[in-house]
Design a protein around this ligand. Structure first.
Ligand code: A3P
Length: 272
């Protein structure tokens, strides 16, 4: 005969599902998965696995549906989710504000030209007959007029998307992660994110091992173990070769938007 008391693990009884304290809102192909997987190594972080897509695709399901998607957490832990499409979807900022005016917002950004090629490489990996990148990024088979109607191009105009978010949330509520530095110096970026989230510094450069054959850092979740975790093969894809003239033209296209973005967020990301 077992009493209810002995059947309930005391550690589980304090755990509940909570709406997120912080959301990685974007940007697609800038390193959002890497950031989330590295952050969840912190014992005070609980994060969703899949992208919930609540504020863009499932908003009609309601906040209780969203909360149920969250992992169990105790009172010392914060809850985080990531859905990169939030950054570029029109209604999302207003809807997030409607959930919480205090939620912390994390944005991973990367050179928009590299981001576009990465995004294209992801699409191309699923469709064999896709036109070359250059044929899609420019109108009239030129390398002069950028096709600003192509989503892959539009996502990289960060200033435009950020402007919309800043109508709803003050700048202090955002934290910007350099996607380039997340690869070159993951410990440094993780320390800044932990600080922003009010967490103790647990994940540091000691947790990272650069994997030369993959060309990316992998994480040691337990410093006492030799085990190292790398992201799967869908992250760090080979990029197609793109005509240098097309690259230059795209850099020229993005440069003023990048400058505006640096000014808006008060941080220079040093893209070319
Ligand atoms: P590429 O596949 O173009 O190299 P997201 O998770 O937002 O889709 O971003 C994917 C990108 O994360 C990858 O783009 C890769 O450059 C970047 N990334 C950053 N850190 C990484 C890591 N430690 N392992 C693998 N990819 C990483």
């Amino acid at each position: 005969y077992h009493s209810n008391l002995t059947d309930t693990k005391s550690s589980d009884s304090h755990k509940t599902k909570k709406l997120p304290n912080a959301i990685i809102i974007g940007v697609k192909k800038c390193g959002t998965r890497a950031l989330l997987e590295f952050l969840r190594v912190h014992p005070d972080v609980r994060a969703t696995g899949p992208e919930p897509h609540f504020f863009d695709k499932h908003y009609e399901e309601g906040l209780e549906w969203y909360r149920q998607k969250m992992p169990l957490s105790n009172d010392a832990q914060i809850t985080i989710e990531k859905t990169p499409s939030y950054f570029v979807t029109k209604e999302v900022a207003r809807r997030v504000l409607n959930m919480s005016k205090d939620v912390k917002l994390i944005v991973v950004v990367r050179d928009p030209v590299t981001r576009a090629i990465s995004d294209y490489a992801q699409v191309a990996s699923k469709r064999k007959d896709l036109k070359p990148f250059e044929a899609m990024a420019f109108v009239d088979n030129s390398t002069t007029v950028v096709d600003t109607t192509w989503t892959v191009i539009k996502i990289g105009v960060y200033s435009k998307h950020m402007q919309k978010w800043l109508r709803y949330f003050p700048l202090e509520q955002f934290h910007f992660v350099s996607g380039e530095n997340l690869i070159a110096n993951p410990g440094e970026e993780l320390e800044k994110v932990q600080q922003f989230l009010g967490l103790s510094t647990v994940v540091t450069n000691k947790n990272f091992v650069f994997n030369g054959s993959r060309g990316f850092p992998c994480i040691k979740k337990n410093l006492k173990s030799k085990r190292v975790h790398c992201l799967d093969g869908t992250k760090g894809r080979k990029h197609p070769h793109v005509n240098p003239i097309a690259i230059k033209r795209l850099r020229d296209f993005y440069r003023p938007f990048n400058a505006k973005f640096y000014q808006m967020v008060g941080k220079d990301f040093h893209w070319l």
